[in-house]
Design a protein around this ligand. Structure first.
Ligand code: FO1
Length: 308
C-alpha cells in the first residue's frame, strides 16, 4: 500500500510513527512543510524536515518533540554571551551539525530534495521524505506592536514571542513560483491514500496546500485528515493562535470545514463526536497520541476511514 502524508513538525512526525507501526509494509512518502525554514548565521535550517527525519530516524528528543536527544547548548550559550540578536533560537550542538551539513551540501549545488536524501542516508527514517518545494518560501507573521505593524519570520513569532503577539496575517513569502519538489505530485498521484496528520492546519498543512498543483492532485485521491484540535484547544503547540489569525474557530469541526472539499474523511476525538463537516464522513476516535500503540490505533482508524 502506498501512503502519502502532508506533514509539519512535532504532531505530524509523531503521528507518522504510528502509521509505520500500524502498516510496516506500506510505502510511506512524507511531503514536508518548508515554510518554517530559516537562514540563521548563514546556515539553512529546516525545522519540520529535521523533526520528521529525527523522529522517524530515532534521534529526536521525545520530551521537546524537536531537536536531538542528549543535546547540549554550548554554541547557543556562547552566542548569547556575544549578544547575538538571534540567540533566542534553540540551536543545539548536535542539531548544529545538521544545519552545517545541509548548508555545505547546498553550497555544493545540491537542491533541498537532494540534501534531504543525503541526510536521510544517516537516519534511515523508513519513509521517503520530500520537501514540499525546492523553492525557498518562508512563513512571515504580521503583528501590530503598539500601533506599528511589523512582519517577522514565523520562527521569531513562534519561539521568541511564543505566538503571544496577535497575528494580523500569516503569509508565505516566496520570490519564485512555488513549484512542487520533484516527486511530490507523482507520489500523490500514485498514492492509495493521502493522510493529513494532526499538524498545524495553517502554517504546516495549509502551507503545503499552497504549492502549485498539490490541491488539484489531492482532488483525485482519497484524503483523510485528523484533527489537531481536541475539545476546543490544540493538543500541543499554538495552532489556536494561527487559526485565529486566519479567522477560523479553534474547533475540530471548524478545521475540518476549513480543509473543505479536500477531505473524504475527518477523524475527530471522542470529545468532539458531534462535529459535522458537510460532504465529509466524520468519525470520532481517541486522538491523544499517548504512546505508540494509541498512535497506531489512530493511523488504523484513518486508513479504515479511507477504505484503504
Ligand atoms: N521550538 C521552540 O519552541 N523553541 C526553539 O528554540 C526551537 C528551536 C528549534 C530548532 C530546530 C528545530 O528543528 C526546531 C526547533 N523548534 C523550536 C521547533 C520549531 O520551531 C517548530 O517545531 C516548527 O517550526 C513548527 O512546527
Amino acid at each position: 500500500m502506498r501512503i502519502v502524508a502532508l506533514a509539519g513538525g512535532i504532531g505530524g512526525a509523531r503521528f507518522l510513527q504510528g502509521v509505520q507501526h500500524a502498516e510496516p509494509a506500506a510505502h510511506l512518502t512524507v511531503v514536508v512543510n518548508t515554510g518554517d525554514d530559516t537562514t540563521l548565521y548563514g546556515l539553512r535550517i529546516c525545522p519540520d524536515l529535521d523533526t520528521v527525519m529525527y523522529t522517524l530516524g530515532g534521534g529526536i528528543d521525545t520530551e521537546r518533540g524537536w531537536g536531538r536527544q542528549d543535546e547540549s547548548w554550548q554554541a547557543k550559550e556562547e552566542l548569547a554571551a556575544y549578544g547575538s540578536p538571534t540567540a533566542w533560537f534553540g540551536l543545539g550542538d548536535r542539531d548544529l551539525a545538521t544545519h552545517l551539513r545541509r548548508t555545505q551540501l547546498m553550497l555544493g549545488g545540491k537542491t533541498l530534495t537532494e540534501v534531504t536524501q543525503v541526510l536521510c542516508e544517516r537516519w534511515q527514517p523508513g519513509a521517503t521524505l520530500l520537501p514540499m518545494s525546492d523553492v525557498q518560501a518562508e512563513t512571515h507573521v504580521t503583528v501590530n506592536e503598539g500601533g506599528s505593524r511589523r512582519a517577522m519570520h514565523f520562527q521569531e513569532w513562534w519561539i521568541k514571542h511564543r505566538a503571544s503577539l496577535p497575528a494580523e496575517s500569516i503569509t508565505l513569502v516566496h520570490h519564485n513560483d512555488l513549484l512542487p519538489a520533484p516527486g511530490v505530485l507523482e507520489a500523490i498521484e500514485r498514492a492509495d491514500v493521502v493522510l493529513l496528520p494532526p499538524s498545524n492546519p495553517v502554517v504546516s498543512i495549509g502551507t503545503i496546500l499552497q504549492v502549485e498543483g498539490v490541491r488539484e492532485a489531492l482532488k483525485a485521491k482519497r484524503v483523510v485528515g485528523l484533527s489537531p484540535i481536541i475539545g476546543g484547544s490544540p493538543v500541543r503547540g499554538m495552532a489556536d493562535a494561527c487559526l485565529t489569525a486566519i479567522g477560523v474557530e479553534t474547533s475540530a469541526e471548524a478545521v475540518g470545514r476549513h480543509y473543505g472539499d479536500l477531505l473524504d474523511g475527518w477523524l475527530v476525538d471522542t470529545a468532539d463526536a458531534g462535529a459535522v463537516v458537510p460532504g465529509v464522513e466524520v468519525r470520532a476516535v481517541p486522538l491523544y497520541m499517548t504512546d505508540i500503540e494509541a498512535t497506531a490505533e489512530m493511523a488504523r482508524a484513518a486508513l479504515d476511514l479511507a477504505g484503504a
